[in-house]
Design a protein around this ligand. Structure first.
Ligand code: PAF
Length: 283
């Protein structure tokens, strides 16, 4: 496995790797990330990953400086998973002196996380544009856990032609349903127990949908009632939206993305599931 830092070394290491699958990360890897690597390994001849805690997607007061980091462990996990190339840039390798580009995507960035974290998706779109321009993969692999990010990145890649395809992989979950996230490390025991309420609420919406419930307000209400019963959960939003446009749905629905953002102690957790007729399970 080649590990490179500068753009120049990346360009040299990239030569000769055809049919590349790319997994961008901010490090502190968990099995959700490794699931993306495994999928890339199956679908592409070569696999590349990046580890970069991107400052431009963190707002003031967010956890940029305390974001968990463990580069040695991450590299050994990626090597064991069969990754060929890892880019671990410094800030100046991604944003060289005089950097003045800002990639903005309208519409799908303006609701949910985008409405609450101004500038977040501008930072994500800008860094992923740079990563893709330099890495030049055939396929980009991202997790459904960050549903809105996956919608934004599909838009970015379709608009700018930076890869052939974005592959959105199911959310990695702990045995009790909690969606894997690097920020779960912030949960103490009591809040870790309470955090199960997110997947419980999503499962309840899925069960209601499976038994024929199609009214958007009722499905939203099912999730809200479960979250309200957990005293340690401070709900930011409960959304039932179109999975492609993320426009909030009313009345009878056919397919939808149910998304939650809930502060449970220190971390603000997000999770989601898709409701549609050909349901593959809690993704
Ligand atoms: O999902 C993440 O870890 C980040 O938002 C990404 C896509 C690596 C961009 O910094």
């Amino acid at each position: 496995m080649k590990v490179v830092t500068t753009r120049e070394d990346l360009r040299a290491a990239r030569t000769g790797l055809d049919d590349l699958g790319f997994v961008p990360t901010m490090g502190y890897l968990h099995d959700g990330h490794l699931g993306l690597v495994r999928r890339a390994r199956r679908e592409c001849a070569g696999v590349a990953a990046s580890i970069f805690v991107n400052p431009t997607q963190f707002g003031p007061g967010e956890d940029l400086t305390s974001y968990p980091r463990d580069l040695d462990r991450d590299l050994s996990l990626l090597e064991d998973s069969g990754v060929d190339l890892v880019w671990t840039p410094r800030v100046e390798d991604v944003y060289p002196s005089g950097f003045a580009t800002n990639v903005q995507i309208t519409g799908v960035t303006e609701v949910l996380e985008g409405a609450r974290r101004p500038g977040h998706f501008g930072g994500v779109a800008t860094v992923v544009t740079i990563l893709l321009a330099l890495m030049r993969p055939r396929q980009l692999f991202v997790g459904q856990k960050d549903l809105q990010q996956s919608v934004v990145l599909r838009r970015l890649v379709a608009d700018l032609g930076l890869a052939e395809e974005v592959v959105v992989c199911p959310t990695g979950r702990e045995s009790d349903g909690l969606a894997m996230s690097s920020r779960n490390i912030y949960l103490d025991d009591a809040h870790r127990q309470a955090a199960r309420v997110l997947s419980t609420a999503l499962r309840a919406a899925r069960a209601a949908y499976a038994s024929g419930q199609r009214d958007a307000a009722t499905l939203r209400g099912t999730m809200e009632a479960i979250l309200a019963a957990e005293p340690l959960a401070d709900v930011d939003y409960v959304s039932l939206a179109d999975p492609d446009t993320l426009v909030e749905l009313e009345g009878p629905i056919t397919r939808a993305a149910a998304s939650l953002a809930v502060r449970v102690g220190r971390p603000r957790l997000i999770d989601n599931t898709l409701l549609h007729e050909d349901d593959p399970g809690l993704g």
